[in-house]
Design a protein around this ligand. Sequence first.
Ligand code: PSU
Length: 353
Amino acid sequence: LARAALRSSIWRRAPLPRARQLHDLQKHPQSRFLKVSEEVRDAVATGKPVVALETTIYTHGFPYPDNIALASLLESVVRLNGGVPATIGILGGVAKVGMSAEEIIELASTAESKSALKVSRRDLGYICGMGMTGKHIHGGTTISGTMILSELAGIRIFGTGGLGGVHRGGRTPWIYLLTCLNSADLTELGRTPVTVISSGCKSFLDIPRTLEYLETEGVCVGTFADGRDGAVDFPAFFTRDSGVRSPRVIQNEAEAAAIVYAQSKLPVHSGIHFANPVPHEASVAKAEMDRIIEEAVRLADVEGYNGSDNTPFVLAKIKELSGGKSVIANRALIESNVKRATQVAVELAKLED
Ligand code: PSU
């Protein structure tokens, strides 16, 4: 009976079309909708450490031309630490993995006019479909969008700033369920086997509920403790402390790589999130940041900024209210996360040898 169930079961057959699709796309990366650069294709094929980088932080996070300087800095951080960078975004309705410097400049230049879309899972079909009809839209990919394209290209490690989460309005359980005040980043981590290294999620989000949601989605969450013993907080982006304990504690990149390796061999098809707290020297005092965030969230509420418009609005307000300190912290933490991600990718490549 068990054998018959195995032969006919949906769970045995269901993953095949997706696996075949992935295989076909990876075999023909110059498909109509997905272009993977030669350098990235070669690096993936030969087991080099590749690190994915997202582009929403350039189209909707940092202003032009700072965003271009940041993009070039992050690619150098990956290279200096022994990895191959793969900046991922959408140009004219075509997904690009391993964007050239010219392509990054073209995409990042849209920050001024705000003409690019913020692209997560729901937007990929739309933006590529519009490209077919002659509407060539550019898009910055969020963590969710970048994870999907990373997986298609065979990239397993991704370094970025901060994760979207459960919004505070979701505190009451029925509102939480009915209004789905969650970032698509969380469900993506539940379904796409890519490891994201970021500084946790911003404290204007509901951190305990975000961690609960990730648990439900089957996402392993650990925070780098760097030799410190005992309990460690899951970080709150601009600050190292959130008052919420991290589910797991990771001591170094070798431990992180071992977890990624083991999970891929089991195989468990969900993502992993490793949180890397903002460097001490750039961290903003928690009490000060809490006050600023309360005010920014209140203003977003009053002015009606919801859904995908919420994060950019709140971030801009925080920048204004903190006199620019938040931007310094943001830049420092992204750089540190991308370095960490590269070191994890390097350790992972050694395990795959
Ligand atoms: N955190 C930042 N800047 C950003 C983002 C997060 O400090 O630009 C982006 C990331 O791309 C993340 C996305 O995936 O916002 C989450 O948006 P939302 O909460 O609308 O899902």
